[in-house]
Design a protein around this ligand. Sequence first.
Ligand SMILES: [Zn+2]
Length: 151
Amino acid sequence: MIAPREAEALQHEMKNLMIEREAADERGLAMLDASSAAEAALIEIRAADAEAARELAAAEATLRDAEKEADRAIAELSVARADLIASIDASDLATYERLRANHAGVAIAEIKHGVCGGCHMDISASELDAIKRLPADQFAECPNCTRLLLR
Ligand SMILES: [Zn+2]
């Protein structure tokens, strides 16, 4: 036999437990929703990862091809350069190599609108005139940087 007060307390406790259970059910459903959303996101990420890996492999193959092509072009140009060097007078070549070393790889410059294309300094009208009057077999030099000038 249960006392009425005890029965009332048990009923109250059962009501609280039912409320707690409903809240727990709701939390469980929300967690299931979150879990399936996370699983869907994971599937997308795995697909994106696989696609990125394929793109990386393709890019690496393209890079390897480009490097092979560049190496081939360099080898070809080296042969052509060696052939050209063989036809240049040794002292002219020495002058060229000295200027190239002194001017960050650029030994020859073009005169554009009265300006040296190497040092970008103005060449005076009288200096330009003197350069124009040089014999064809003589190098013209920039009066500022001493690079050889194309006439
Ligand atoms: Zn110059």
